[in-house]
Design a protein around this ligand. Structure first.
Ligand code: SF4
Ligand code: SF4
Length: 316
């Protein structure tokens, strides 16, 4: 059976709406190498945004003023120029999100990072796949849970998760091959455990489904879990998610400035609109995006299962 037949009709005819979020993937370098990482980031990767690309990206941001700029990687904070982009995006009034793995806040040379983020009112989006140490360390590496708790406490100390303007969103993704639990229920459980055990406060919890591509796909294949996981996603297809999929309003940009419909398509090297070569950010007028088709595939079923999944958690 072809992939086309396996994708429900509503997903096949997906079209873009106007641009709300410019998501910049600054590079694949990361201080961690998590088992579920869909961009295969690790300390061994060297791909990073160059000065030339950064300058063109900043020029585009100044010209088109996207409402939200979402910085990801790798560990975006460790890519040279991260702070320059933050300042430029905030200067044009954009909401800036930093997808932070928390232990990066403890890295040598990043001692002032928490204060920088707070000063520029950057919203921190921090992955914490569980409130239990063993589960986190299994997915993200030994010692990551303790480092994450320390990172969260540092953020709390300057007001993150406590003051309205300093948002601290936690991100949960399942450690196994299941769908995320109900976002509201899980948020309540996180709040209770993190407050009771560590005195930690946060703004909210976003639940993300794991998309079966790249490193996570390899993990599923090795454990014999790929076919059951794909069947689970297909059975849980929810048409109500279609209007809210992030690829309708988000544009993903890689470290070279190439454009993709979402971060997953960036990881799969499937360019914007599905046609190679990928267009470059600086050649795009975002006002031409509305109505353009989004190419989809079976991996998209991770975004449409149950309550749906996006970079901002459940969608319905
Ligand atoms: S999931 Fe995030 S923290 Fe983990 S390796 Fe990938 S980019 Fe780094
Ligand atoms: S994987 Fe990307 S293109 Fe597919 S539904 Fe999810 S966000 Fe949209």
């Amino acid at each position: 059976m072809t992939e086309h037949v396996l994708v429900p009709a509503g997903l096949q005819s997906l079209r873009r709406s106007s641009l709300a979020t410019l998501q910049l993937n600054l590079g694949r370098y990361c201080n961690l190498a998590c088992t579920h990482c869909h961009v295969d980031a690790s300390p061994g990767r060297r791909e990073m945004m160059s000065v030339e690309v950064r300058e063109r990206v900043i020029e585009w941001i100044r010209r088109y003023r996207p409402p939200t700029v979402d910085l990801t990687g790798g560990a975006p904070e460790l890519i040279p120029g991260f702070r320059e982009i933050v300042i430029a995006a905030r200067d044009v009034g954009a909401v800036v999100l930093d997808r932070c793995n928390l232990v990066v806040l403890l890295e040598q040379g990043q001692e002032d990072l928490v204060d920088f983020l707070a000063e520029h009112r950057v919203q921190v989006v921090a992955s914490l796949p569980c409130y239990l140490k063993d589960n986190v360390d299994r997915q993200r590496g030994r010692g990551v849970f303790d480092g994450s708790i320390e990172g969260l406490q540092r953020l709390n100390r300057v007001g993150y998760g406590r003051r309205e303007e300093l948002g601290l969103q936690l991100v949960y993704n399942p450690t196994g091959a299941g769908l995320p639990s109900d976002q509201r229920e899980l948020e309540a459980a996180y709040r209770e455990r993190l407050r009771d055990d560590w005195g930690i406060e946060f703004t909210g919890l976003w639940c993300l489904a794991n998309v079966p591509i790249r490193r996570y796909r390899g993990y599923l294949e090795r454990s014999g879990g790929l076919a059951p996981y794909e069947a689970l996603l297909r059975d849980a297809f929810n048409p109500a998610t279609l209007d809210h999929l992030m690829c309708r309003t988000t544009l993903s940009v890689d470290h070279e400035g190439r454009l993709f419909d979402c971060d997953f398509h960036l990881a799969l090297d499937r360019p914007l609109g599905g046609h190679a070569p990928a267009p470059m950010l600086w050649d795009l007028d975002p006002r031409t995006l509305e109505g353009r088709p989004v190419p989809t595939g079976t991996h998209c079923l991770a975004c449409t299962a149950g309550s749906g999944s996006s970079c901002s958690g459940a969608v319905v």
